[in-house]
Design a protein around this ligand. Structure first.
Ligand code: ZN
Length: 129
């Protein structure tokens, strides 16, 4: 398994991790198979889509409108229920096809780590088989 670490710098942030995943696939030596990307975290998520600065702000706006700050019960002990709910909904792992030694993504597809409760150090686990 390949593991990389990304340090986020704010409470809410989108980090393009496509290059990290592509490097892991390249180092694996696997030419035909599957690539699993997983974040061992309960307050971060993985999404796939276009990565662009305006859209990054749109994703963040959408996340906060989708799960607005509220009086969730978990906030009485940890004050980050919204981050857990976003992580649970958007998910923390995704799989991609690998062919010709490369992860197959569309032209406008990037793999993005979503920070819902930063700044924190985030591990990215990649298994290629
Ligand atoms: Zn919590």
């Amino acid at each position: 398994m390949f593991t990389a670490t990304v340090k986020t710098s704010s409470q809410f942030q989108i980090v393009d991790i496509t290059k990290i995943v592509e490097d892991a696939v390249s180092k694996s030596g696997v030419t035909e198979g599957i690539c699993l990307v997983s974040l061992p975290h309960a307050t971060a998520g993985l999404i796939v889509g276009e990565y662009e600065p305006n859209l990054e702000r749109d994703y963040l706006r959408f996340f906060s409108e989708f799960v607005p700050k509220s009086d969730y019960e978990h906030n009485s002990i940890d004050d980050n229920a919204e981050a857990h709910l976003k992580s649970a909904f958007f998910g923390s792992s995704k799989a991609f096809p690998v062919s010709g030694g490369k992860v197959l993504l569309g032209t406008w597809q990037s793999i993005m780590l979503c920070e819902f409760d930063g700044p924190r150090s985030r591990a990215i686990q990649v298994i290629v088989k």
